[in-house]
Design a protein around this ligand. Structure first.
Ligand code: FAD
Length: 516
C-alpha cells in the first residue's frame, strides 16, 4: 500500500485501544483512518419471546454490555482524534461498499477463528483479492495461534490440556512486547453516502429495556476492563495462590474469580496484557500455583478450547463431530423449560439459573452444577439445548469456550468420568450451608430454615407455612428424584459409551462420520 493511502480498521472483537496490533498497523502512515463497527443482525434477536422459543442469539444483557463497550471505545477514539463509525447490516456487504467508496488501501482486522467469521472473512478477502487493497489480520485474541498448535500436532488439535501445554510451550506471542498504546490517530475522511450513526441504545436495536433488578451489574468497555484487571491483581498473594476448584461458587457479593471473561470475550482486555500482568506477579512470588488450577492456567484453558474448536469440524454439535460421543439425549421441552426458567424445584440449580438470567455471569462451578444437572446428572436433556440457553444469556458467551465446556460437562468429549455427578443438594451446601445465595436469588425461599433450604420439599407443612412458601404452590416440587434420575443417567451413559466403543471397533472412522 502506498504511504498516505486510507485505512479501514474493522472492529469486531478486540474493542480496545491498548495492545491492539491491527489498530496500530492501521494507523501507520495512513492519510485517513476509518474505525468501523458493524452491528450485525446475525447475532441479535430482540423478540422477548425468543428466549422461550430457544433462540441462542444475544440476550439483552449481552447487547447492553456490547453497546457499553462500543460507547467506551468511541470515547477513547475521540480522545485521540478519531471516533467510532457505527454501521448496521450485513458486515460483508457493508465492508465491500466501504472499501470502494472510501478508497481504502489498507484493511485491518483481528483474526477470528469462529466459523461465522472464517466464512465472512473469506468473502471479504475474495472481494479484495486482485484489487490492490492490503489486508492485515493478526492473531491477537488468544495467546497462541491455534493453527500453529494444530500444525505442531500433525494437523489435528490436542484433546487434553496436558498435551496442549506440551505443544504450546512458552507462548511466543504472549511474551512479546505489547503493541504501542495509541496516543493519536489519523483523521476520518469523508464518509460519503453511508448511514453512519453514534452508538445506538438497546431500544434503537429493538430490545425492550430490562427492569433495574434484571440488569447485569457488570459494565462493558475497555476502561472498566482495565479497572477490573487492576483490582483483580492488586492482591498479589491472591493471584499467586489462585486455585480454581477451591473457589466458592456461591460467593456473589465478591465473586471468587476475576469476572474478566466478558471483557476477554469482547476483547476489551487483551489476553496478552492479562498474561503478562500475571507473569510479572509470579516472577516476584516465592511460591505460586501452576496450570491447570492457577490463574495463568485459566487463560490457558481458554486457548485450549480455542484450539480444539478451530481444529474440529462441527464442534458445536453432536452430529458430524468426530470428538463427540454419540448419546441418545432426550429432547424433553418440559424439562428444558423447568431448568431454563428456574423451576426445577432444586433451589441450588434454580438460584444459579436466576443469577445467569439477571447477571449474565455465574461462577465456573455453578456452570458445572447446572450443566451437569441438565445433561448427564439428572435430566438427560441434550447438551446443545443447554448450550443455546447459555449462549443467549451469558455476557461472556464465547463460541469456542461455551461449546467446549458443554462437551466436557455432558461427558461428550474431553472428560469421560460420567459416574462423577454433582449433587444438586449437597454440592452447594458444602460452600454455603446457610443458603444465603439461594435466599438472595430466590427470595421466595428467604425464610426457609437452613435445614431445609436445599431440600424444601422435605420441610413439614407447618415449617413451609411459617416460611410463607408452600412447596408445589409458591415454589415447585422437584422435577425428578435426584437419586433415581442420576442412577438412570449413569446407566444410559454406560450403554451409550459401550455402543460408541462397539461402533468405533466395527466401522472405519470415515463410515462412522457418515453415521454421526
Ligand atoms: P477466572 O477464573 O478469573 O479466569 C480468568 C479467565 O480464564 C476467564 O475470564 C476466562 O477467559 C478463562 N477461563 C477460565 N475458566 C475457563 C474454562 N474452563 N475454559 C475456558 N476459559 C476459561 N467461559 C467463557 O468465557 N465463555 C463462555 O461462554 C463459557 N461457557 C461455559 C459453559 C460451561 C457449561 C462451563 C462449565 C464453563 C463455561 N465457561 C465459559 C468457562 C468458565 O466458567 C468461565 O470462563 C469463567 O467462569 C469466567 O469467570 P472469570 O472471568 O471470573 O474466570
Amino acid at each position: 500500500m502506498a504511504s498516505g493511502a486510507n485505512s479501514l480498521m474493522w472492529f469486531r472483537k478486540g474493542l480496545r485501544l491498548h495492545d491492539n496490533p491491527a489498530l496500530e498497523y492501521a494507523a501507520k502512515g495512513s492519510k485517513f483512518l476509518y474505525p468501523v463497527f458493524v452491528i450485525d443482525p446475525h447475532y441479535m434477536d430482540p423478540d422477548p419471546t425468543a428466549f422461550s422459543l430457544g433462540s441462542s442469539k444475544a440476550g439483552l444483557n449481552r447487547i447492553q454490555f456490547l453497546l457499553e463497550s462500543l460507547a467506551d471505545l468511541d470515547l477513547s477514539l475521540k480522545k485521540v482524534g478519531s471516533r467510532l463509525l457505527v454501521l448496521k447490516g450485513d458486515p460483508g456487504e457493508l465492508l465491500i461498499r466501504c472499501l470502494k467508496e472510501w478508497s481504502i488501501g489498507k484493511l485491518c482486522f483481528e483474526y477470528d477463528t469462529e466459523p461465522y467469521y472464517q466464512a465472512l472473512d473469506e468473502k471479504v478477502k475474495g472481494y479484495v483479492s486482485g484489487t490492490g487493497v492490503e489486508i492485515f489480520s493478526p492473531v491477537s485474541h488468544t495467546l497462541y495461534n491455534p493453527a500453529d498448535i494444530i500444525h505442531k500436532n500433525g494437523g489435528s488439535p490436542p484433546l487434553s490440556y496436558q498435551s496442549f501445554l506440551k505443544l504450546a510451550g512458552q507462548p511466543s506471542w504472549a511474551a512479546t512486547p505489547l503493541s504501542t498504546t495509541i496516543s493519536s490517530l489519523p483523521r476520518i475522511g469523508n464518509t460519503g453516502s453511508f448511514a453512519v450513526s453514534e452508538v445506538p441504545t438497546v431500544r434503537e436495536l429493538g430490545y425492550e429495556d430490562l427492569p433495574e433488578d434484571e440488569k447485569t451489574p457488570f459494565k462493558g468497555g475497555e476502561s472498566e476492563a482495565l479497572k477490573r484487571l487492576r483490582e483483580s491483581i492488586a492482591n498479589k498473594e491472591w493471584v499467586a495462590n489462585f486455585e480454581k476448584p477451591k473457589g466458592n461458587p456461591s460467593a456473589f457479593l465478591k465473586p471468587a474469580t476475576t469476572v474478566l471473561s466478558p471483557y476477554l470475550k469482547f476483547g476489551c482486555l487483551s489476553s496478552r496484557y492479562f498474561y503478562q500482568c500475571i507473569q510479572d506477579i509470579l516472577k516476584c512470588s516465592k511460591k505460586h500455583t501452576s496450570p491447570p488450577v492457577s490463574l495463568l492456567g485459566q487463560l490457558l484453558w481458554r486457548d485450549f478450547f480455542y484450539t480444539a474448536a478451530f481444529g474440529t469440524p462441527n464442534f458445536d454439535q453432536m452430529k458430524g463431530n468426530r470428538i463427540c460421543k454419540q448419546i441418545p439425549w432426550k429432547n424433553d421441552d418440559k424439562l428444558l423449560a423447568a431448568w431454563r426458567d428456574s423451576k426445577t424445584g432444586f433451589p441450588w440449580i434454580d438460584a444459579i439459573m436466576v443469577q445467569l438470567r439477571k447477571w449474565g455471569w455465574i461462577h465456573h462451578l455453578a456452570r458445572h452444577s447446572v450443566a451437569c444437572f441438565l445433561t448427564r446428572g439428572d435430566l438427560f436433556v441434550h447438551w446443545e439445548r443447554g448450550r443455546h440457553v447459555f449462549e443467549r444469556l451469558l455476557i461472556d458467551s464465547d463460541w469456542a469456550i461455551n461449546n467446549g465446556n458443554w462437551l466436557w460437562l455432558s461427558c461428550s468429549s474431553f472428560f469421560y468420568q460420567y459416574n462423577r455427578i454433582y449433587s444438586p443438594i449437597s454440592f452447594g451446601k458444602k460452600y454455603d450451608p446457610a443458603g444465603n445465595y439461594i435466599r438472595h436469588f430466590l427470595p421466595v425461599l428467604k425464610d426457609m430454615p437452613k435445614e431445609y433450604i436445599y431440600e424444601p420439599w422435605t420441610a413439614p407443612i407447618s415449617v413451609q407455612r411459617k416460611a410463607k412458601c408452600i412447596i408445589g404452590v409458591d415454589y415447585p416440587k422437584p422435577v425428578v428424584s435426584h437419586d433415581s434420575a442420576s442412577k438412570e443417567c449413569k446407566m444410559r451413559l454406560g450403554e451409550a459409551y459401550a455402543l460408541n466403543k462397539k461402533l468405533n471397533g466395527l466401522v472405519s472412522e470415515e463410515d462412522l462420520n457418515e453415521l454421526r
